[in-house]
Design a protein around this ligand. Structure first.
Ligand SMILES: Nc1ncnc2c1ncn2[C@@H]1O[C@H](COP(=O)(O)OP(=O)(O)OP(=O)(O)O)[C@@H](O)[C@H]1O
Length: 260
């Protein structure tokens, strides 16, 4: 897919919980080869918006188009089959299988073969799995049981599994949650590299502002369910309305923004 092609378009999304409009007329676009970060203070509606996009929640109004298809109301499984990947909040890792076998299983599943035929001695997609593991920095751990991986490496493995499905669009819900700052930067750098190499479009929610400002091509700031600002990181960072929401109008000495 050519960089800049629209892979995800949401128009006028609305979702209310009782009297609260958690998502209130949100529209957004994700392009191939680009990363859009969805940010906002606690309760802004990020998770609800994410759920509307990945098929877990049905919108009260609005439309979602992915890879040229109107997917509004589609269940998550059908959306995944279209070529939409997800990390990291659903873990599909088999702890007793090796790291490499986990990636092989994903490659085999993607190729359409039954995973029930998969056995330990299976050599299908071996070289491809090894290459993918090298790419995500897990080459040296390929033969370890996945259950022994450290937390940051589990996230890398999840990313390799997602990429094994060759998605054109990847939805990442707080990819760096629970990671140490140094690990976070490494993971986001890896994702950004894959985005550039493969032309994958990425939408991610994130609390870590360093990750957001270092890697997102565009940011969308939600507040009380509505789009407060949208644009390039440098523009959004200086937007007084955004500063107000995050900081109550106070500017920290380093000019950064924190949500947690
Ligand atoms: N299942 C639900 N039932 C009722 N209200 C909900 C539900 N999920 C979210 N809400 C409400 O919708 C609003 C938006 O919540 P949401 O979790 O989408 O925000 P968020 O930006 O993801 O917040 P956080 O950063 O704290 O995860 C909040 O007022 C929340 O209390």
């Amino acid at each position: 897919m050519a960089a800049g092609a629209v892979v995800l378009k949401a128009e006028g999304l609305v979702k209310a919980w009782g009297g609260v409009r958690a998502v209130d007329d949100v529209s957004l676009v994700v392009e191939a080869g680009r990363m859009l970060a969805l940010i906002g203070p606690n309760g802004a509606g990020k998770s609800t918006c994410f759920g509307l996009l990945n098929g877990e929640l049905m919108p009260d109004a609005g439309r979602v188009t992915m890879l040229g298809q109107d997917v509004t109301g589609w269940p998550p499984r059908r959306i995944r089959r279209l070529g939409v990947g997800r990390t990291f909040q659903i873990t599909r890792i088999f702890a007793s299988m090796t790291v490499r076998e986990n990636v092989q299983a994903a490659l085999i599943a993607h190729a359409g073969a039954s995973t029930r035929l998969f056995g330990r001695a299976d050599r299908r997609h071996l070289a491809e799995a090894a290459a993918l593991l090298d790419r995500v920095g897990l080459g040296a751990l390929a033969l370890r049981p996945a259950g022994e991986l450290a937390y940051g490496d589990v996230k890398r493995l999840e990313l390799a599994i997602a990429i094994a499905n060759r998605p054109k669009l990847l939805l990442m819900d707080e990819p760096t949650a629970g990671m140490a700052p140094a690990e976070r930067a490494g993971l986001m750098q890896l994702v950004a590299g894959l985005v550039r190499e493969t032309g994958l479009g990425v939408l991610f929610t994130e609390h870590d502002m360093d990750a957001v400002f270092a890697h997102a091509d565009r940011l969308m700031v939600l507040n009380r369910g509505q789009v407060l600002a949208e644009g390039r990181p440098e523009d959004v960072r200086g937007d007084p309305r955004v500063r107000e929401v995050y900081l109550g109008g106070h500017q920290p000495p380093d000019g950064g923004m924190q949500t947690t």
